[in-house]
Design a protein around this ligand. Structure first.
Ligand SMILES: Nc1ncnc2c1ncn2[C@@H]1O[C@H](COP(=O)(O)OP(=O)(O)OP(=O)(O)O)[C@@H](O)[C@H]1O
Ligand SMILES: O=P(O)(O)OC[C@H]1O[C@H](OP(=O)(O)O)[C@H](O)[C@@H]1O
Length: 188
């Protein structure tokens, strides 16, 4: 049976990378693989251990068909390596750090996609982005403003969404993620 593709989304700073890092071992024990993204972010930038490439390098990979999913946001390009299709076909669950903006396209390509939406109080979000200090204050404001675009589109009441609030302790969010993935029936 094919594995599940789990697509983790949420505002910049909501804790997607932190959640993936904290849940990494437990997910691996459940045969769920976390994809390493390809991003046109400088290798020195703090945060996620992604593969950093130049814009030219990214475009070359895209032209070669190296990505299962790819999108642009926040002035960066993001790619999900095509190897996930083999992992899924082999029956492994796969967890992707996704994009809210790319969700419609991701659903078209993977109709049985599982969507996990990470939320956080807006005030907490601003504080976390500022203390992470990966972006400039101006870029942080741009990222916060981007959230408004998705407020109406993402229906938190949609029962097909797994909504996790990460305003509190990360350990609680990890526990809830594992619980929700455990309870949920396997995808066809
Ligand atoms: N539950 C939590 N409690 C306290 N701090 C947290 C929690 N979750 C994440 N953080 C902190 O918030 C900041 C943002 O988290 P993280 O980088 O994981 O977010 P992200 O959603 O991956 O953001 P981006 O999409 O911009 O990469 C980090 O400094 C992280 O340490
Ligand atoms: O705003 P939306 O479309 O949800 O996401 C856009 C992209 O921005 C974030 O990446 P990062 O903050 O650069 O690591 C997300 O992980 C996503 O890939």
């Amino acid at each position: 049976m094919a594995g599940r593709l789990i697509y983790l989304i949420g505002p910049s700073g909501s804790g997607k990378d932190s959640l993936l890092d904290a849940a990494r071992e437990a997910l691996a024990a459940r045969d769920c693989r976390i994809v390493r993204r390809v991003i046109t972010r400088s290798a020195e930038a703090k945060g996620e251990a992604a593969q950093a490439v130049s814009v030219e390098g990214f475009e070359a990979l895209q032209a070669q068909g190296a990505f299962a999913l790819s999108w642009s946001a926040n002035g960066l390009h993001y790619g999900i390596p095509k190897e996930i299709d083999q992992w899924l076909a082999d029956g492994h669950d796969v967890l992707v750090n996704g994009s809210r903006g790319h969700l419609p396209q991701a659903r078209l390509r993977y109709p049985s996609l599982w969507v996990v939406l990470l939320t956080v109080d807006q005030g907490v979000l601003r504080e976390r982005l500022l203390s992470r200090a990966r972006e400039s204050a101006e870029d942080i404001e741009t990222r916060l403003a981007r959230n408004a675009q998705f407020a109406d589109d993402l229906q938190v009441s949609d029962p097909s969404l797994i909504v996790l609030d990460n305003s509190g302790a990360l350990e609680q969010t990890v526990a809830r993620l594992l619980q929700r993935l455990e309870r949920a029936p396997a995808c066809a």
